[in-house]
Design a protein. Sequence first.
Length: 256
Amino acid sequence: MENMDQSLCNPGARAAAERCTFGWEGGKGLFSEKGVCYTENMYCIEDLKESGLRIAVEKPGFTYGHDAVLLAGFARIKKQDKLLDLGCGCGILAVLLERRTGAETYGVDIRPEACALTRESARLNGQAIHVLEQDLRTLALAPGQRPFDAIVCNPPYFAGGTPSPDPARRVCTHQDTATIQDVAACASGLLKYGGRLFLCYPAGGVAVCMAALMAHSLSPKRLQPVAPRGKSPYLVLLEARKGGGPGLRWEPVIRV
């Protein structure tokens, strides 16, 4: 994987569209500076309103939500870390955390379109984010390869219900290609001993999530609920440590 091609934000503030110029891919690369379509979906460039960052997103399709923005604020990443955005989607976590921390940053996603979006965002921002197209269920370190210090992941949440007819949204939201057990197994295999996994998960599934983490030697160490004002939490932000001991710290509830 060494050769792979890696403060809370206001969750109510989505990036404003800087420009949206659409066209069909003509065999000379997936993108131009103004954004290009290369499937039936449309793509455009959004201004993240932070440090001049821009991000390439699918229009229509699944882009990113406030849960990813909150997770970027929750994750404690250091400049010296080797960081992986697992299931990177459009690359929102990789883009924000690389710029905020300067960490050596990687991204992995099963969808070629998502990998192309992350690469394009990195190019637009002048960022060195290394991207690999691969199924996380088959992802492993090569012999002698340096493991990761930290992994961030906004995993698919839903195991049941009616899946979206949009393929991009379905992969991002439903556990068709990766369950929380798959995420935990992959992260445990890629992290160094003492390495940290940061993820978000529906509050109603926190028991299943924690059980999956602990089954793969990932000890939950920090938890922060997210809730609308006057209501119960609907989301949790979690930090787990590989080989960590007992003891879980509860952070104050984020009200949105």
